[in-house]
Design a protein around this ligand. Sequence first.
Ligand SMILES: [Zn+2]
Ligand SMILES: [Zn+2]
Length: 233
Amino acid sequence: MFRYFGEGQEGDMTFTSGNKAIRDHVAEGEDLLLFQKQDRSGMLRFLGQFVCVNTTREPTPDRLGNMRSGIVFHLVPVEALHDVDAAEPEADPNAGGLDLVALRSAAMEAASTGDDQPAEGARRRIYQRSEAVRRYVLARAAGVCECCKAPAPFVRANGEPYLEPHHVRRVSDGGPDDPRYVAGVCPTCHRRIHHGADGKRINDDLGEAILLLERAMDPVKSGKRTRRKHIVA
Ligand SMILES: [Zn+2]
Ligand SMILES: [Zn+2]
């Protein structure tokens, strides 16, 4: 877990501008790229793509040396969340009866970090948020690969058709993400996207198809383009 202090010159830090952008980056479809300033040269070293899992408040001095309430962002590398997607899904007694619309709003909600939450249980919450996205995407796919349109190759021990969540905009899969950028794909398509000579093209086509599908479900939140938020630690 990486700690990153929010911005703000004087007074209590607020969730505006840059701080808001970091907190809401998943919900806003922004990738969070973290850089670290090197001591002498001032050169930036790329630390990787991160997900904001949590925010907390801590006293910290402002520009004038007065103590004020600071925002701390807790960031984890996207890679660390990768195994969540691959893991055996948790049994959630409430999820079974939910329809696609309810699963979708749960997934959308899971894309936002929310204001100041206790640090305890942060890891648990991010797993649950990842799981909400996974659940919706697989429900949307309904047992058919969203890439090649073939039926899932087999069913899991729990009876679910086996498909894998693929994060269209990311180098690595994992973690909460805007469900408009996550697809349920068969293992062969998934490997091909990541390792195939034509992987990039297939990924681009898949991304467009998913966006169209999602646009039909929610015309209001359409048309947004992927942006990147760069922060320097
Ligand atoms: Zn496929
Ligand atoms: Zn993938």
